[in-house]
Design a protein around this ligand. Structure first.
Ligand code: BV8
Ligand code: ZN
Length: 257
């Protein structure tokens, strides 16, 4: 996609907006080297999500699940935010109320400098006790076999598994931000996992301009006002560049608003 393929109407809409939401999925981290769940190379291709990212899966084979998360933690410790994450963080300069609602557990938005982040599905760097819920920020030896809490409970990653409720306060804030959004950008998500997949629809119903950034169409594409097809690590910097150029033009007084 070239910078000129970004519709002027979207730039104008962004110019008039104050409340912008960036809702991201695994696709935004793909260019950092974090495998997505679906699509080619996706981790779900090799096994079913319910087997590993679920309470049943953990109860059936806690060591396998713990190992899988240790492997993913190790991988995520070696990757860095990509230009897509950095562009979203840079947009915060123009939209102080911008909110990042992410399904990702990799922590890359925060490392890129975003400050208003709602992690719908938790964060892989945190652990908690399966029984008493006690949080373990960093006290876990990275090579630990399946560690246990002082109460005797098994320790698990502090992420939301299939069949588990999302943290109520975070989900509530995500719906409120989506309802209030003037521009809602869905970036790098297959838009199938609920309740995250409902957020763009809530925004669109309230009149937000719904933008989708993805390398391929998804079930959300027919509902989107703008579909920017391509890699988020390329498109989001272009969108930022186009937006900032427009802003400079206006500041330089080209007469238009
Ligand atoms: C809940 C954390 C109430 C863990 C994750 C039947 C039985 C039980 C439950 C359900 C059911 N039917 C529906 C449900 C609800 C279920 C659900 O939605 N299932 C789906 C599969 C139908 N949801 C839940 O269980 C949620 N809890 O609803 O509680 C309840 C309870 C019981 C019963 C009913 C309801 C909890 C869901 C959270 C699960 N945890 N992750 C971990 O990561 O290990 S989900 C995980 O998968 C991610 O967090 C993310 O949410 C999801 C993956 O989605 P994406 O992020 O979109 O990634 P994906 O690979 O799919 O797509 C990547 C996209 O990027 C693609 O479109 C690709 O084209 C694009 N892309 C690739 N590269 C790029 C790119 N785009 C741009 N640039 C690129 N470079
Ligand atoms: Zn405990």
């Amino acid at each position: 996609m070239t910078i000129n393929e970004i519709p002027q109407s979207l730039i104008d809409r962004l110019r008039r907006a104050r409340r912008v939401v960036f809702a991201t999925g695994a696709g935004i981290s793909a260019e950092s080297g974090v495998p997505t769940f679906r699509g080619e190379g996706g981790i779900w291709n090799k096994m079913r999500p319910e087997e590993l990212a679920s309470v049943d899966g953990f109860m059936r084979n806690p060591n396998l699940v713990w190992e899988w998360y240790q492997h993913r933690r190790d991988l995520m410790s070696k990757v860095a935010p990509n230009p897509g994450h950095h562009a979203i963080a840079a947009f915060e300069k123009h939209f102080p109320d911008a909110v990042v609602i992410t399904q990702n557990i990799d922590g890359l938005h925060r490392r890129a400098g975003s400050t208003r982040i709602l992690e719908l599905h938790g964060n892989i760097s945190r652990n908690k006790c399966f029984d008493c819920g006690r949080l373990y920020e960093r006290e876990i030896d990275p090579d630990a076999e399946l560690p246990h809490c002082g109460c005797g409970g098994m320790i698990r990653p502090d992420v939301v598994w299939f069949g588990e409720m999302l943290p109520h306060d975070i989900l509530q804030a995500a719906f409120e931000a989506s309802e209030a959004a003037e521009v809602f950008l869905s970036v790098g998500t297959s838009a199938v996992v609920q309740p995250a997949a409902s957020l763009p629809l809530v925004a669109a119903r309230r009149g937000a301009c719904l933008v989708e950034v993805n390398v391929e169409p998804t079930p959300l594409t027919p509902v989107a006002d703008v579909f920017l097809q391509g890699k988020s690590g390329e498109i989001l910097p272009l969108l930022l560049e186009r937006f900032e150029a427009r802003k400079r033009q206006i500041v330089a007084g080209d007469g238009t608003t």
